[in-house]
Design a protein around this ligand. Structure first.
Ligand code: ZN
Length: 379
């Protein structure tokens, strides 16, 4: 498993570029780490590395992060960020108190995180290891740099999977991109932040006139793809199921207090694909799960029906790959689908705008992850 290959070193090299006494005590408290060794994956003809660097909050120390440079195994710079570009990539903890309930399940962030997304075209070498230099400044603008020890990339390849759904015009929403709600969804569980949804996709389907629904949009049955069979993507073993969560009224999320760690993905199935990979199917119709824990399934077997349960406000299938048999307490892994044809790109706010592809250009059927908002025919 890729996690085992991570060589996270706790010792941080401190390169002082300004008077030592100013920052010495503060910088040793920053303790940055790469959260997870990135698994390179193919996306739109490029190789992408998507991962995060976490560090202790510099604000109580009177410091702020002002730059981040990424270097390869030879110390050569491959990316550099500052200003608004960097700010957009950073998520800071808010002031919410960590209550006992929040410790069990919440969106509270323990440490600031930089969300990195490096993209390499076919003629650019992909690094074998990554180093990071974080520059912090105090109120006077005095700066100092912390070097995070190099981390090797994961030797794993992304899983290549058949489709979890079948039919035309499925839209991969909040899919592979650096700024989706999935990508940024660090969740606190039992005192630790996890990013299970790092590479999750929410699938919805346009009808043959390019609509998500007809008639009353507040009824699940108005969405023609509600109840679509969701399919096993592998010869696998069912390692967990959860049922009994009611479907929601489209347009309304359930009250936050009504959700628990178990019910936030709605009714769900987790498959053990082997090699440390687990596939989650979420928001299924209550009572529709047709498999049992421990059951062996084959590619294309029907697992359940697409629904609108849990943390959901419209029928959709939430699908992701993770490194443990848990819906949320695990780290998300990239995957690629090998049985789809991309037929275009959906407009950003498809729930409001309905149909509207910004591009109708079919893309070649290649093994690739799904760029956010890809409209795809799945077989
Ligand atoms: Zn989702």
């Amino acid at each position: 498993m890729s996690r085992l290959r991570v060589s996270i070193l706790c010792v941080v090299t401190i390169l002082m570029t300004m008077p030592f006494q100013l920052f010495a005590a503060s910088l040793t408290d920053i303790q940055p780490i790469v959260r997870q060794a990135p698994v390179p994956f193919p996306l739109s003809g490029k190789t992408v590395l998507a991962y995060e660097v976490a560090f202790n909050d510099p604000r109580p120390l009177g410091l702020e992060l002002v730059a981040c440079t990424v270097t390869n195994q030879d110390g050569k710079t491959v990316a550099s960020y500052d200003g608004s570009t960097l700010n957009e990539m950073v998520k800071l903890p808010d002031d919410r108190k960590v209550t006992e309930r929040a410790k069990q399940f919440s969106g509270i962030l323990l440490r600031p995180v930089i969300f990195l997304w490096l993209s390499f075209s076919s003629d650019e070498p992909v690094p074998t290891a990554l180093g990071h230099q974080l520059v912090f400044a105090d109120k006077d603008g005095t700066q100092a740099t912390i070097s995070v020890p190099n981390i090797e990339l994961s030797a794993s390849a992304p899983a290549a999977l058949p489709s979890p759904l079948t039919g035309p015009n499925w839209v991969a929403t909040a899919a592979f991109a650096n700024d989706t709600y999935h990508r940024r969804s660090l969740i606190l569980i039992d005192g630790k932040n996890y990013l299970a949804q790092r590479f999750a996709v929410d699938f919805v389907q346009y009808d043959n006139k390019g609509r998500l629904f007809t008639g009353n949009r507040s009824k699940n049955e108005s969405y023609p793809y509600y109840g679509a069979p969701v399919l096993s993507v592998a010869k696998a073993t069912v390692c967990h199921i959860y049922d009994g969560v009611p479907d929601n009224t489209p347009g309304e999320f359930p009250p936050h207090d009504a959700l628990t760690r178990d019910s936030v993905p709605g009714n769900h199935v987790i498959l053990d694909l082997g090699e440390g990979r687990y596939a989650l199917y979420g928001h299924l119709i209550p009572g529709s799960i047709t498999v049992k824990t421990g059951q062996a399934v084959d590619v294309g077997d029907v697992l359940a029906r697409l629904g609108n349960s849990g943390n959901s406000d419209a029928p959709h299938l939430h699908f992701h790959l993770c490194d443990a048999c848990d819906a949320l307490a695990c780290e998300g892994l990239p995957f690629a689908l090998n049985r789809y044809t991309a037929v275009g790109t959906a407009v950003p706010d498809i729930y409001e705008q309905g149909f509207g592809m910004t591009s109708h250009t079919p893309m070649p059927a290649v093994l690739t992850a799904m760029p956010n908002l890809t409209v795809m025919d799945m077989k």
